[in-house]
Design a protein around this ligand. Structure first.
Ligand SMILES: Cc1ncc(COP(=O)(O)O)c(C=O)c1O
Length: 365
């Protein structure tokens, strides 16, 4: 079966460097919050041009700790999208706040900023846009709304490492940018990991305290915190991949351009909004015949995945929010029609031709 992502190809490419750094880390015997995490934090801070970068245990924790450090808690409302990975909303619930969902744009699958204002109440404290599949959300509109209503902005950049809008990188545009280093992400570790970038040093200090059991050191605990540190071994892997992230994203864009060229006459291909540098964490097509296409691809030995088959408002775990089928029709239709195709920097062009040919065959008969 042709996979969605082949991490082995990339590993073989960087194996010597990775093993060298892992070995050095093992020899150093410094396994938690040591030199490699600091080195990666410094690199990411420079890349994003922010004052602070803080490694944490996962993308979910990056969102959770950011919300908490920014003072979001019980009784507060946080506006986000129903068309994202569950963790986006989990983080809001962890701090005791209420997720308030706003439907998406049909082309980018990101939050529809024209519909945000009608959901803002006196309890709204923050906007949490997700740069889904690697395409930046409309941060200009979001920044305008945040300034007008005095709201915090937490960016879910789990799928958008390296993406930018009008030359400004997603993650550096709000109060906190939250990244996931889950293995399949554009910048992926060999386990879990995450990072937060921001410019507010007191909030960053709060996050550093929260990731370390509420302690700034010396076994003094100022508050209840978490064990949420990025570990040295993962940082070592990430340092090697971080050196290549722009090249990886460039290659993803090249693959996407080829898919577009071969598929745009038969299905809806991903769009790039004016000024958007899409990093194609996923290459996602859309068709009313989605299930048929997926079945045909499977029969040809080609993997494809539906991200996401059930929008958040229809998830069992969030039933109590009181939404029904029809509450967010654009997200619901997307859930019925989207299909993500194999996408990774090392993907062979021949495989893209094969996938495109299989899709053409099944749609044109
Ligand atoms: C949009 C989005 N938000 C949050 C997360 C959570 O990240 P992690 O798996 O590192 O906790 C992910 C990925 O898994 C994601 O895709």
């Amino acid at each position: 079966m042709k996979p969605m992502i082949d991490l082995k190809k990339q590993y073989l490419d960087i194996k010597d460097e990775v093993l060298h750094l892992i070995n050095e880390t093992l020899e150093s015997t410094q396994y938690v919050l040591g030199r490699r995490v600091s080195e990666l934090e410094e690199g990411v801070r420079n890349y994003y041009g922010t004052k602070e970068a803080i490694g944490v245990a996962s993308g979910t924790d990056a969102l959770h700790l950011s919300l908490r450090a920014l003072g979001i808690g019980a009784g507060d409302e946080v506006i986000t999208t129903p068309f994202t990975f569950f963790a986006t909303v989990e983080a809001i619930l962890y701090v005791g706040a209420k997720p308030v969902l706003v439907d998406i744009e049909p082309e980018t699958y990101n939050i529809d900023t024209a519909r945000i204002e009608e959901k803002i109440t006196k309890n709204t404290k923050a906007l949490l846009p997700v740069h889904l599949f690697g395409h930046p959300a409309d941060m200009q509109a979001i920044a305008g709304l945040a300034a007008k209503h005095n709201l915090k902005v937490i960016e879910d950049c789990a799928q958008s490492f390296g993406a930018s809008l009008h030359g400004k990188k997603t993650g550096s545009l709000g109060d906190a940018g939250c990244f996931s280093f889950y293995p399949s992400k554009n910048l992926g570790a060999y386990g879990d990991g995450g990072m937060i970038v921001l410019n507010n040093t007191p909030v960053a200090d709060e996050i550093r305290k929260l990731r370390n059991h509420g302690s700034r050191g010396g076994y003094k605990h100022e508050c209840l915190g978490y064990n949420s540190r990025l570990d040295e071994m993962q940082a070592a892997v990430l340092i090697v991949k971080f050196r290549r992230i722009d090249e990886y994203n460039r290659k993803r864009r090249e693959k996407a351009a080829l898919y577009n060229r071969l598929l745009s006459d038969v299905v809806a291909c991903p769009v790039e909004r004016d000024g958007a540098y899409h990093v194609y964490h996923q290459y996602t097509i859309r068709s009313p015949k989605r299930d048929f296409i997926q079945q045909q691809l499977k029969e040809q030995g080609i993997s494809s995945v539906v991200y996401y088959p059930i929008p958040l408002h229809l998830q069992e775990a969030l039933k109590y929010l009181g939404h029904r089928e029809g509450s967010f029709p654009v997200a619901e239709q997307a859930a019925r029609e989207v299909l993500s195709l194999p996408m990774y920097p090392e993907l062979d062009e021949a495989d893209i031709y094969l996938t495109a040919e299989a899709i053409h065959k099944c749609l044109k008969g």
